[in-house]
Design a protein around this ligand. Structure first.
Ligand SMILES: C[S@@+](CC[C@H](N)C(=O)[O-])C[C@H]1O[C@@H](n2cnc3c(N)ncnc32)[C@H](O)[C@@H]1O
Length: 276
């Protein structure tokens, strides 16, 4: 293989990326993965000789619209690295707000359940940040659970993962029921970026035409498992606040708070059950 100076390789493929409307930083991240070096090391070692050949198939996948996180096989969430592939949703930064809210509300030595594990990012983060808690997480997708299990091992977590359609296979009582459910109405799903629609699991994104179908079922089922003074915390979609308020009232919950994300969008709803 022909080796070339690193700074030449970087400049060439960063330029190609720009011409295709892609972020040139993606080139640096893929290159740094291949070299097993940090981007900072690459900036300081432009004279090193490298073989650009292994970079080309990765860039071809990126140019074809595959998300960078799936190509790299990892993403950052709450300052930890999570393994991801197309069996799971790529964890989004706004979901860190949901984790933060759960950490603040979980009582010492409490019990937490996360519904819709995906990569395991919510449950594993809560358990790693708060080892006093018992944390369980369920998903209907056994493919997603396989990825969550890998992250459990890699991050030395004790989260109990299990297959379940929402709470149907779960017994016990929980102080915090947390979920980032699929909430995109089907009509909006059809207009999401092609990158999202083609590569991320549809089951993770849309539950049906209203967008609230899973939330409605989850709130029905949660009454049986919510400890007295417990909370249900849900991530919700842009523009769903009014609909969620109505559903919560209908399902006998009190809306304690709507927490805004960094863009000021109401993103996390905190609910408690009405006393019977
Ligand atoms: C929006 S993703 C969230 C994944 C992960 N918790 C995160 O925040 O990145 C929703 C997850 O819910 C799961 N899911 C969808 N319907 C479900 C159901 N009926 N029961 C359990 N899990 C379900 C999907 O497989 C997907 O992993």
């Amino acid at each position: 293989m022909t080796k070339e100076r690193l700074e030449i390789v970087r400049a060439r493929y960063r330029e190609h990326a720009l011409q295709r409307g892609m972020n040139p930083r993606d080139v640096d991240l893929l290159l740094s993965d291949l070299l097993g070096r940090s981007p900072a090391w690459m900036f300081a070692h432009g004279d090193e000789l490298v073989d650009p050949a292994p970079l080309l198939p990765l860039l071809a996948r990126r140019y074809a619209g595959e998300p960078l996180q799936y190509i790299r096989g990892v993403t950052e969430f709450y300052s930890r690295s999570f393994l991801v592939d197309d069996r799971v949703l790529i964890p989004r930064p706004e979901t860190e707000l949901l984790v933060e809210a759960a950490l603040q509300r979980a009582p010492r030595d409490g019990r937490v359940i996360d519904i819709g594990s995906g990569s395991g990012c919510i449950a594993i983060t809560i358990e790693r940040e708060r080892p006093d808690l018992f944390v369980m997480s369920v998903d209907r997708s056994t493919a997603a659970l396989a990825v969550a299990a890998k992250n459990r091992r890699a991050l030395e977590s004790r989260v109990r993962f299990a297959a379940s359609d929402l709470l149907s296979s779960v017994r016990g009582s929980f102080d915090v029921i947390v979920s980032n459910p699929p909430y995109v109405p089907y009509g909006e799903y059809e207009h999401l970026d092609i990158e999202v629609r083609i590569h991320e699991p549809m089951m993770a994104l849309t539950p049906g035409p209203r967008g609230t179908e899973i939330i409605e079922r989850l709130l029905d089922e949660a009454h049986a498992l919510l400890a007295p003074h417990g909370h249900v915390l849900l991530e919700v979609g842009y523009g769903q606040e009014e609909a969620i308020r109505e559903i919560a009232t209908d399902k006998r919950y009190h809306v304690d708070a709507f927490l805004p994300d960094l863009a000021g969008i109401p993103r996390v709803v905190v609910l408690s059950a009405h006393a019977e």
